[in-house]
Ligand binder design. Structure first.
Ligand code: ADP
Ligand code: MG
Length: 699
């Protein structure tokens, strides 16, 4: 890449820090925000910003117009810095440079009028602005509309003089040198359908908007483009894939299903459960492969739906795999299912990482011979040596723990892909479901079994916990069980483990008349299961644990979920944990304990938890606060290219438009081989090749 002022060193930094290695990359390095450069602040106004700074992340960027009164170099060695006094007609402010001192003192002169741009900060009671941008008025650039883009720059970029202003200058020079317009990536047809502008116009306006409206249009075009290719890709590999065409037909609802339904079902299904079972049944009898997402808040009774679906498969002569994310959960499903199926004559087996070699061999032989009807297990089920004789249905519980890849590996176990039912208690907002699962049909259990009382959620500061013990003991005296959960994060696992074991000891001392279990992720599976079983069977009354109990565990007698350091948990996690209680007929409580002064975000999370029990609302809030990342860390990996400008959390409307247009194209040309679609196909292939690691994912 040749550009005036960009030597090999800068080029290297751009590549390493921002993944920019061509003009094109540079032009696609979009501002992360815009500043109205027509507005000039007065130095006397800055004080009011410092007030704001106490509550905010810092003071906002400001623009001043004035002169440098004097320069001074102070300090020695690494403490050496240069300061200057900058004045306008309302007062003075300190400027400071820690780096590039020589260059700065050569570049700027006293008594010349500058437009200054920078971020004030409070230092020793005085306001200063570090490394401000200074321009003489005639060189001041804000585009015709005075709207100036600000570019993200890393520390290393700044050190190489690649600050926002420098990036902007590089982009100006690229645009000036270009003889042709920026090459179009969409077809005229798509541009017309989306009512948008050309890529060339969009790129120019995203960097140098000619007006606020032009900026809006440019943003729309660029977001649309990203989401359009994303949809084109996901729809092509899912909905319009040839693999989807064939599917097993489960025509019979026979002996197993009916006997179970009439004789063994311990309670009436809720209307929502009935509806969902009907939807699944119809799907599995349609001749097309089912790909269905079953969403239902914690405790809504998804397990039963899974079991009924499995029985439909069994009645039609097919095998079912039920996959759960943890050993504990697989075990629990296994015992629930075997219990429920007593006397029905269905062969259910369990396969996990800790299944003994001998037992595993026998099991695998029986599986291949078709003697096992339902196989329940963990990731162990997707290993290649696990061979089914007639795998007809795959049920994946708590899907957010499974990556896209793992799912497709299970699906690929057959010539004809088995039906897939993915169950989740973490409602996935529609925009995300559409992006990551393409054509996944969605069933929703929007009703809890009768007699449930909503869990009461209470926030208590750790320092006020005395009264809490009394209330908790009262629950224990009534024969109830309680959970106490501690955070456990890889990076600080030593400290966390200590807190957990300290908590375990304290709990034993606080409630000496009760028995306490402890489980955490570092324990051996067998040990963990043993402890869990002790709690499930009621042998212990208190379970001190990390989030290993988050998913799926079902102990209806547990009525208290106490969460220590609740400020360190994400919203979805808190909701999942809370859902471990409220599963029986008695009133349950979720107690969120926080230490010290929680951050703004943590406070908001706790507020939401105390305000609502609605899992969908919580998922939406989570998405708003954290973007898609927090909902599933693996989801970023699930999309074929990084989004530079579109945000799944905010651009749902554009996503819908993009999806409709992409669907329209694929309906006529599922493989994108028609001549008119060739440009779309070649750009899509190019984007998929370009996926870059890391850096862009930060935003
Ligand atoms: P989740 O949807 O969180 O997986 P589960 O399937 O574990 O929920 O069910 C939660 C609890 O509700 C279980 O104890 C289960 O036996 C019970 N349950 C499920 N369906 C019904 C129903 N229709 N009526 C009463 N209880 C039910
Ligand atoms: Mg469950």
């Amino acid at each position: 890449m040749y550009l005036p002022g960009i030597g090999p060193r800068k080029a290297d930094v751009l590549k390493r820090e921002a993944g920019i290695s061509s003009f094109e990359d540079m032009l696609h390095y979009f501002p992360f925000k815009y500043i109205d450069r027509r507005k000039i602040n007065k130095i006397s106004d800055i004080r009011s910003f410092t007030e704001q700074a106490r509550t905010d992340a810092g003071m906002p960027y400001i623009q001043l117009k004035g002169k440098i009164v004097n320069f001074k170099t102070v300090g020695e060695g690494y403490k050496r810095r240069m300061t200057a006094t900058f004045a306008d007609d309302t007062g003075t402010v300190d400027l400071v440079w820690f780096k590039n001192i020589k260059a700065v003192s050569n570049a700027y002169k006293v008594e010349t009028e500058y437009i200054l741009f920078g971020k004030p900060a409070l230092f020793n009671g005085r306001i200063n602005i570090a490394h401000p941008e200074l321009e003489t008025e005639n060189r001041f650039f804000g585009g015709e509309a005075g709207i100036q883009g600000q570019y993200t720059t890393t520390e290393a970029m700044k050190n190489a003089f690649l600050h926002s202003r420098a990036i902007q200058k590089i982009i100006i020079s690229i645009l000036e040198q270009m003889k042709e317009p920026v090459a179009e990536t969409l077809t005229t047809e798509v541009i017309r359908s989306a009512h948008t502008i050309s890529l060339d116009e969009a790129i120019r306006n995203i960097h140098f908007p000619t007006s606020a409206t032009a900026l809006d249009r440019a943003e729309y075009r660029l977001k649309f483009e990203e989401l359009f290719f994303l949809q084109l890709n996901i729809l092509q590999v899912t909905k319009f894939s040839e693999k989807r065409i064939g599917g097993f037909r489960f025509t019979t609802v026979g002996h197993c299903f009916n006997t179970f339904y009439r004789k063994n079902l311990p309670f009436e299904l809720t209307d929502a459960q009935k509806r969902v079972v009907r939807e699944i049944r119809a799907d599995m009898n349609s001749g097309r492969q089912m790909n269905r997402l079953l969403q239902g808040d914690v405790g809504s009774g998804k397990t039963l739906v899974a079991l009924l679906s499995a029985l439909i498969a069994v009645d039609s002569g097919y095998q079912t795999a039920i996959m759960a994310p943890t050993e504990i959960l697989s075990q629990q499903h296994y015992s629930t299912v075997t219990q429920l199926l007593k006397g029905i004559g269905v062969n259910v087996c369990l396969l996990t990482g800790s299944t003994k070699k001998k037992e595993r061999e026998t099991l695998l032989t029986a599986l291949a011979a078709g003697e096992i009807h339902i196989l329940i297990g963990t990731h162990a089920l997707i290993e290649s040596n696990v061979v089914f004789s007639r795998l007809g249905l795959v049920i994946i519980d708590e899907q957010h723990r499974f990556g896209v890849e793992q799912r497709s590996r299970l699906r690929d176990k057959n010539e004809t892909p088995p039906h897939v039912l993915v169950m989740t208690a973490t409602p996935i907002p529609r925009t995300l479901a559409m992006t990551f699962y393409g054509d996944l049909d969605v069933s929703i259990i929007d009703q809890l079994p009768p007699g449930r009382k909503p869990v009461k959620t209470i926030h208590i500061s750790s320092s006020n916990r005395e009264n809490l013990c009394r209330s908790v003991r009262r629950q224990l005296q009534q024969g109830r069980q309680i959970y106490i959960v501690y955070p456990m994060i890889e990076e600080s696992s030593k400290m966390d483990l200590k807190n957990l074991t300290d908590g375990f000891e304290t709990t034993k001392k606080t409630y000496p008349e009760y028995r306490v279990s402890m489980i955490h992720g570092k324990m051996k599976p067998a040990e963990k299961n043993g402890e869990m079983q002790r709690f499930v069977s009621g042998e212990t009354q208190i379970l001190v644990a990390t989030t290993v109990i988050e998913v799926g565990v079902n102990v209806p007698n547990a009525t208290v979920m106490m969460i220590e350091n609740a400020e360190r948990f994400g919203l979805s996690q808190l909701h999942q944990l809370r859902g471990r209680t409220g599963r029986g007929a008695s009133q349950s409580f979720c107690i969120l304990l926080t230490d010290g002064e929680p951050s703004e975000n943590a406070r908001r999370r706790i507020e939401i938890m105390t305000e609502t029990n609605d899992g969908f609302l919580i998922a939406e809030e989570d998405l708003k606060m954290n973007g898609p990342g927090d909902i599933d860390g693996t989801q970023q990996r699930g999309i074929p290219f990084n989004l530079k400008i579109a945000k799944l959390s905010h651009d749902g409307q554009i996503l819908n438009i993009a999806r409709d247009i992409a669907t329209g194209i694929l309906e006529h040309d599922p493989t994108l081989t028609k001549e008119e679609n060739a440009p779309l196909n070649s750009h899509l292939q190019k984007m998929k090749k370009q996926k870059k690691a890391g850096w862009f994912m930060i935003s």
